[in-house]
Design a protein around this ligand. Structure first.
Ligand code: KIV
Length: 253
């Protein structure tokens, strides 16, 4: 799997199934189940470390989990989150942090943020680092936003999200995660962009879905947009297969 194939899936209208993962045993299982894409998310701060936010994750910590994941995979597309404070300062420093993550086995880095990131996205992508942008609810900005909420409900927010998504694509982003974005806005963005969109809590009108692995296993917080796929399965493997099938057949969300 690679980003060109993910883009072809969008063009063929085949849904992309993505999950977070933080270790090699689960990574190997996700690969056996033929998941399209793994995200080594900074959600590990909350689900692995037990912290209240994702802000505590360091570059070394995410690199450690990335290496665990890539030890368990051979051809699954692996995206890694750039932790808070590793991509805000300037494009040059961001490049060197992103390069460390690429050298540790990632195929793409994900960065949370809006217009202020355009220069960085262009800097990275023109230097060979594929970038996934992340819009809508930005967990790294939780203290600025105040609480988890939906984005795109007002006309102003909808317009701003569509414009920012377009600018990020023009700057070189090759994938876009939309978190807690109103389905109508996700749909508009997905139709306007050539790059694939992957949603979490953002409705069905996106090119793919991503969830935190522990949420489909029913051991995460009971989030309204997630689903426990283990309760109807006979094994963890069946649970993962059921998630992938539900995404592909548009039965989830
Ligand atoms: O870190 C993470 O798990 C994420 C997903 C929620 C998209 O960014």
């Amino acid at each position: 799997m690679n980003i060109k194939e993910l883009t072809s899936k969008k063009n063929r209208k085949e849904k992309i199934a993505m999950l977070t993962c933080y270790d090699s045993a689960f990574a190997a299982l996700l690969e056996r189940c033929k998941l399209d894409c793994i995200l080594v998310g900074d959600s590990l701060g909350m689900v692995i470390k037990g912290d209240k936010t994702t802000l505590t994750v360091s570059l070394d910590e995410i690199k450690y989990h990335l290496k665990c994941v890539t030890a368990g995979t051979s051809d699954t597309f692996v995206i890694v989150d750039m932790p808070f404070s590793t991509f805000q300062e300037n494009p040059e420093k961001t490049f060197s942090h992103a390069a460390e993550l690429m050298a540790a086995g990632a195929q793409m880095v994900k960065v949370e943020g809006e217009e202020w990131l355009l220069e960085t996205v262009e800097f990275l992508t023109t230097r060979g680092i594929p970038v996934c942008s992340h819009l809508g609810m930005l967990p790294q900005s939780i203290h600025k936003i105040g609480s988890y909420r939906k984005f795109g409900s007002s006309e102003k927010e909808n317009e701003s999200l569509v414009n920012t998504a377009t600018s990020l694509e023009n700057a070189g982003a090759e994938l876009l995660v939309l978190e807690l974005v109103e389905p109508a806005t996700s749909k508009q963005i997905t139709e306007v962009l050539k790059i694939p969109t992957v949603g979490i809590g953002s409705g069905n009108f996106v090119d793919g879905q991503v969830l935190v692995l522990y949420d489909i296993l029913g051991i995460g917080d009971k989030l309204s947009f997630a689903r426990d796929f283990l309760s109807d399965a006979n094994s963890v493997e069946e649970c993962i297969m059921n998630y992938i099938q539900a995404v592909k057949e548009e039965r989830f969300p």
